[in-house]
Design a binder for this molecule. Sequence first.
Ligand SMILES: [Zn+2]
Length: 192
Amino acid sequence: MSGDSVLAIVRNARAALPSSHRALLDQLGVQEKAVDDWPGEVQALYRTILEVPPREGDLANAVAVWLDRLRVVAFNAPLLEQATVGLGRQARAAAIAAVAWHEYGHALSITRSTREQRQDGVRLLNLLPPGMAQSIDYPGSYRRAEVFDEVIATVYVALIDSVRTAGYGCPDYLHEDVFQAFKEVVPWPPSR
Ligand SMILES: [Zn+2]
């Protein structure tokens, strides 16, 4: 391990979020857990809530998972260490923060979206710029009903990452419908 622990970086990433988003995550009781024994330990977490865990092969490459009923984000500590070997302190922190923000985006999306909104996922996916759309493995890893959360989580990382330079408007690369759907789920601008 080099430098700060995964958990320390994740906590900093949460602290860097807009205060109203932090308040929402606090209200939801969202917690983080860095899991060293992956996937065994995370499979055990699923069993504590009487859910059938994803298969080992499906979990193996996940950098993190959101366990909705536990309100826990579990981070794959060994994989995150391995994936950031050789990066400088800042680049490593940025890479891990992006994973954390993605999972916080999931937490907000899954708890704040309606059934109707969630049916719009595939349409919104097709409106994303190619690079963003390709980061969501559909059809492949995700079922149709999961696509909406992936879109929101992916957009969340991009928008949080560019607040300082670009503010809270709709970036040029983002389709207005996607931005609108995002704003219906995530308070944006966050100070509201
Ligand atoms: Zn995701």
